[in-house]
Design a protein around this ligand. Sequence first.
Ligand code: ASP
Length: 330
Amino acid sequence: MRTHILYTGGTLGMVSTPDGLAPGADLTGWLNQLLSGTELAGTFDILSFEHLIDSANATPDDWRRIVDDLWQYRDDADSFIVLHGTDTLAYTSAALSYALTGFGKPVVVTGAQYSLGVVGTDAAPNVTGALRAATSGRVNGVAVFFGHKLLRGNRVTKVSSWAFNGFDSPAVPVLARTGAPWQWVDNESTGCGWLDPAPYQRHDVLVVDVSPGISARRLRAAFDPLPEAVILRSFGVGNIPSDEPGLVDAILDVISAGTPVVVASQCMHADVQLGKYQSSHALTEGGAISAHDMTLEALYAKLIFLLSQGIRGEQLGRWIETDIAGEINV
Ligand code: ASP
């Protein structure tokens, strides 16, 4: 059983510099030492991004680089691990899940809150946990291992900037919890998959939060120039301040101009139900799309994925509400 490990950057392999934490640790030496004398010694290869990044700088171009690397080494390994910064890890893992529905081998993404050289770091349990998960024979598709939990790659969100238990999947149960032995939760993978996807490209997707007192003028300014798609993070089950003069019209004008508006929720546990309240009625009538229970990260990556496939207009709305890789429960 061989594992291919791709290191993209992130705190896990960072060292202190006068300008703050930056990539530079000897990851290969550390991992060899960590696993020496265990059953996993010598079973993995490590490849690093030529330009290691803080994941705050990750873009869809990096998602494409990761996908390309995994495909390049697909036949050389049985399982795959992506080491990634935690800041945008949930976006990347969701993006990988759409692009790799035909990959056929497990991919586990992980990172750490502390660098590998810090006493008491979570880098060691996270990387060894990811290795265990990836080689377990029980992971389908893309998963995230973090803080003693294995989670679905397109259901995760970063819930803490400091806790070792930094990720959660609010809408679905965990895939497994560590322990002796690990506790696995049977979890059928769903989704229709995507045959031969085109590579990720950057697209202009606007994410905007409504807030109490937001004006139509502010919103119109955010919509100019017109983005390719809008994620409108609303209150509760999809409600907006509909009494605010001109606000609903500002949104409906965007839809009329051909830009899809997907209504998501600011709630961690979200289930968008457009039209349940009068304050979202006009959005349903005007053709807004529901994000249902998708996380922001899964929704954003899905829009970029669909736009990269050349999907536009009404078709985009249909695909947003279709389960591609287990990211949505409609
Ligand atoms: N800024 C870092 C990154 O996302 C944070 C981390 O890895 O925990 O790359």
